[in-house]
Design a protein around this ligand. Sequence first.
Ligand code: NAD
Ligand code: MG
Length: 341
Amino acid sequence: MPERPFTVTRRLIAGGLAAGFGGAALFGAVRLQRSRDARAATTVMTHSRDIADPVDLYPKPPFEKQTQEPPGLASRMRPVPDHGEKSYRGSGRLTGRKALVTGGDSGIGRAAAIAFAREGADVAINYLPVEEPDAREVIALIEEGGRKALAIPGDLRDPAFCKKLVDTAADGLGGLDLLVSNAGQQHSVVALEELTLEQFDSVFKTNVYAPFLLCKAALAHLKPGAAIIVTASVQAFNPSAHLVDYAQTKAANVAFVKALAKQLAPRGIRVNAVAPGPFWTPLQPSGGQPPDALPKFGSNTPFGRPGQPAEIAPLYVALAAAETSYSSGQVFGASGGSGVD
Ligand code: NAD
Ligand code: MG
């Protein structure tokens, strides 16, 4: 069995900035005024299909200083993230599909799970047992829409659990067409001397070993037309100084997706990666960013704000849906204007 969950040593920057997402604001007076306007926001606006300026769509830094023990809960974040609970409207794009989403309790995985269900899919979610309160909300949202929901808690650092998870999801859903390998750990550590082997191992087991083991187990169930989506990161291409271990895992995700896409193409299974920029999820206040950097989170993007999970879920839907039949081995970004380089 793996070591205790999330026992990591974290040396946090005192008064410093995260090199990646927490950089200084570089923008003009309009941007600064917009930031001041957003400062008072305690809950996020909901996304809609109406035309809107993406710069002003959601809260901007500065955010309230806040920390949680990892893995953290979405419900305790201020402002609470928008996962599309009130806004995502489906149009039958995934009718009858069976999906497994890891990290489906919160953040990007939760937004994908909600969107999949609203598009007509039955959805199993995996998460850590301590995240049960977030997971219960997602299960209720999926069931409200008349879809089947399965809650399968467990630690992905345990190889036996990875296989059991996939088989339980396939058994419970009556098959498997979509695998979203999205769960991840990120713990900011400023100095290499402070990065413990324990943390390195835990991050690699969650972010690299688990996608491999999940995909391997899923192949027993996936048929032509199935899709695998792995959540990578812009850190694969532009790593931050304080995320030495995490950035490597995300680069590994990209290489894994590109290689596996080639291997599985003859079997009619597509494999793609999504590479998010800064997103407002529990990952960040629970050690992903140094606490002093969190209030500025997302300020160094051209949009001047982090993304909300609801804004990236449509990419997962697109990659899961049959219409993107010629896309495999690709990396799709959402990073507030910065691009993926
Ligand atoms: P999140 O905290 O909401 O989701 C991460 C989830 O990973 C947790 O909810 C937890 O259920 C799961 N998890 C972690 N360790 C686990 C383990 N050992 N076993 C089982 N589950 C485990 O945060 P998020 O930002 O939505 O993260 C989702 C993915 O997005 C991660 O892979 C992350 O690396 C990636 N990502 C996030 C950002 C960002 O800025 N938030 C940017 C780029 C990539
Ligand atoms: Mg969570």
